[in-house]
Design a protein around this ligand. Structure first.
Ligand code: KG4
Ligand code: ZN
Length: 343
């Protein structure tokens, strides 16, 4: 196949706290390098100012790593892709400025990518699934910043069916874990504790929100209040109950997600669902989705974890589809902190 059909694309992702660069040839990932920013753990969440400074520090090295690992010289690249948004403005600016300069210096096209669309298109990376989902399908994207159900009609046609009206599901995991004394990101701690807890030990109410929307701020507050009040009566409460608290919280969160997934399937008649975003790592969610998919007869697609969390390979695959249509970006493009998945 010609270079035109299988271009070498260098992709850069810097929307939150991971600096990532990837090289793809067509849909095939040659490298996907990530520099994480561990200092945010000290602050209980991502600190925007620190994140952008760390991107500045990491970006040159990460891009070099991606090119070296792919064994590709800059002169062989066909295009440079970057995340335009949504995300933290200061973080996005680092990636976009780098991408613009490199594209201009090499005299090759620049391609902008929507981060939320990219989480979904990650399912089309070569070898992620034996057979990728067929259009139209539903996509559930769950992360520290987002909770969305999207109908995907084509690689360039996305309709937002529902989203969180307040906190993202990952935030509910993170803030609840913080109440139990864990550092950021708290989701993995809750997941680990939940494995040996009783999910029926505490009753939290499943957030009640209209249509296909979500809400997690009430649940977060409910969890925090229960722990704070119980601590007043028993100083050992967290130590004694943390496994049960985690299991009960996780069960409530997972039930709330499954409820909306089933509603979306019923409303649209679409029987394929993809999962993406960092919360896709949650073992309770993965198991429950697989189980309910089997029971109800729909198909669920869950990629390997490194394609669920933020990564530049997903930016690269999204850019590939744009490259095929010569959908290039002008150098005057600006980062967009708020950027809907809808197109
Ligand atoms: O997609 P991601 O890496 O970054 C963005 O937020 O964009 O997602 C990070 C989120 C955090 O809230 C983290 O706690 C959550 O994913 N997470 C988990 C698990 N692993 C990561 N939540 C629940 N269970 C997990 N195993
Ligand atoms: Zn993300």
């Amino acid at each position: 196949m010609s270079q035109l059909k299988r271009p070498y694309i260098l992709a850069i992702e810097s929307s939150c706290d991971d600096t990532s660069a990837a090289v793809l040839k067509g849909t095939e990932v040659y490298s996907n390098c990530i520099a994480n920013q561990e200092m945010h753990a000290l602050y209980g969440g991502v600190v925007p100012e620190l994140a952008s400074r760390a991107h500045q520090q990491h970006i040159v090295t990460v891009v070099k790593q991606a090119l070296d690992k792919a064994n590709i010289a800059k002169k062989d690249l066909s295009a440079i892709a970057f995340t335009k948004g949504p995300g933290l403005l200061g973080s996005l600016l680092v990636g976009i400025s780098f991408a613009k300069s490199l594209a201009q210096a090499l005299g090759i096209p620049l391609i902008e990518v929507n981060h939320m669309q990219a989480h979904i298109l990650a399912h089309f990376i070569k070898d992620v699934h034996p057979k990728p989902p067929r259009f139209p399908f539903l996509a559930l994207t769950v992360s520290g910043g987002h909770t969305q159900i999207v109908q995907v009609n084509a690689t360039d046609s996305f309709s937002l069916l529902g989203q969180t009206l307040d906190d993202a599901v990952g935030e509910c995991f993170d803030k609840s874990a913080k109440v139990l004394g864990f550092t950021y990101p708290g989701g993995p701690h809750i997941d680990r504790l939940a494995a040996s807890g009783n999910p029926e030990a505490f009753e939290f109410s499943i957030p009640s929100v209209a249509d296909l929307n979500f809400s997690y701020s009430g649940l977060k507050t409910q969890f925090s209040r229960l722990v704070q009040t119980s601590k007043l009566h028993n100083a050992q409460f967290i130590e004694e109950q943390k496994h049960h608290l985690a299991a009960s919280l996780q069960k409530t969160i997972v039930s709330s997600l499954i409820l909306k997934v089933l509603k979306a399937i019923e409303q649209t008649g679409i029987e394929q669902l993809t999962l993406g975003g960092g919360v896709a790592a949650n073992s309770g969610l993965r198991a429950a989705l697989k189980l309910v998919a089997k029971e109800k007869g729909f198909e669920v697609f869950i990629p390997e974890l490194h394609y669920c969390t933020d990564n530049a390979a997903m930016i690269g695959i999204s850019a590939y589809y744009k490259y095929l249509k010569a959908d290039f970006t002008d150098l005057s493009v600006k980062a967009q902190a708020r950027f809907s998945v809808h197109s």
